[in-house]
Design a protein around this ligand. Structure first.
Ligand SMILES: Cc1cc2nc3c(=O)[nH]c(=O)nc-3n(C[C@H](O)[C@H](O)[C@H](O)COP(=O)(O)O)c2cc1C
Ligand code: SF4
Ligand code: SF4
Length: 258
């Protein structure tokens, strides 16, 4: 079983590629939360794949992924556990943070991978230039093939991570500050270009957007940036800083995916 979280489709793509090759199921974490259950119970056989695929947010796993892990209960045999995090450049110690979360459930990673993919964080940076975006997608395709080979062999102790510079500082000091101060919806708004198509409301993983005359944002937000990147009318902005920025979504994204 593979659990994934994705805002703009990079991690969705990775999460889809693996089950296709390994013949296992995959579930979106956001949809599991929609079931409003207190605990998520899964029974796995010895050696069965248990994977977590997610984007890196400020050098750590998204809060929704950590909240999900806090509620899972895995019974049965000893699964083969792996993680794949997608990021624009570097993961810091995101995998280590995931490792700590799953350890509380009696699980340990057999293998873990960082896959660089196009950047979607347009609040701080811009999207990658087209040639860089294409190169990242090509390289990611090759890396996912290699990951699939290693997973098929159930290799243990394979950690192919891209921590970047000062990873501990970024994950343990900067990430908590990001979670505290940068997760607000206050600056989101929709311009007159909005056609009221309802897509932003449909794809928001925390259901914080309501589209009436125009979209309105509630307080909850994981900063996945699905709304601003995937609005077909390019009507969503975040303050004034995103007006001149590009938008990014993986080609695998469609109106039903999150
Ligand atoms: C809130 C936020 C924080 C991010 N932080 C990082 C980061 O610390 N390092 C990095 O390389 N990329 C960072 N990114 C870029 C994403 O990790 C990257 O584009 C990822 O592949 C997006 O996955 P998705 O399309 O499945 O949502 C960040 C993106 C967002 C939205
Ligand atoms: S996705 Fe864009 S166009 Fe559609 S309702 Fe939301 S803001 Fe409006
Ligand atoms: S409001 Fe936008 S950025 Fe926040 S969780 Fe919903 S879709 Fe993601």
């Amino acid at each position: 079983m593979i659990f994934y979280f994705s805002g703009t489709g990079n991690s969705l793509h990775a999460a889809r590629t693996i089950p296709q090759a390994q013949g296992v199921g995959f579930l979106p974490i956001a949809k599991e939360f929609d079931k409003k259950e207190d605990a998520f119970e899964f029974t796995l056989a010895d050696g069965e794949l248990l994977g977590f695929v997610f984007p890196v947010y400020a050098w750590a796993p998204p809060k929704m992924v950590l909240d999900f892990i806090a509620r899972i209960k895995v019974t049965g045999g000893r699964p083969y556990v792996f993680s794949v995090c997608t990021c624009g450049d570097e993961e810091g110690r995101a995998t280590r943070a995931l490792q700590r979360a799953i350890a509380k459930k009696g699980l340990a990673l057999d293998s873990a991978f960082t896959v660089q993919m196009p950047n979607n964080y347009i609040l701080g940076f811009d999207v990658d230039p087209k040639d860089v975006e294409q190169e990242k997608l090509r390289n990611a395709g090759q890396k996912l093939e290699e990951i699939n080979r290693l997973l098929a062999q159930r290799q243990s102790g394979v950690f192919r991570l891209i921590p970047g510079s000062m990873p501990a500082l970024k994950t343990t000091v900067v990430n908590p500050l990001f979670n505290r101060f940068a997760m607000s919806t206050k600056k989101f708004y929709a311009t007159d270009a909005c056609t009221r198509c309802g897509l932003c409301e449909k794809i928001c993983p925390v259901h914080t957007i309501t589209v009436k005359e125009k979209p309105a944002w509630g307080k909850a937000c994981t900063q996945c940036l699905a709304c601003i990147n995937r609005c077909p009318a390019r009507a969503i902005q975040y303050g004034s800083g995103t007006v001149q920025k590009g938008r990014y979504a993986h080609p695998d994204c469609d109106a039903n995916s999150n």
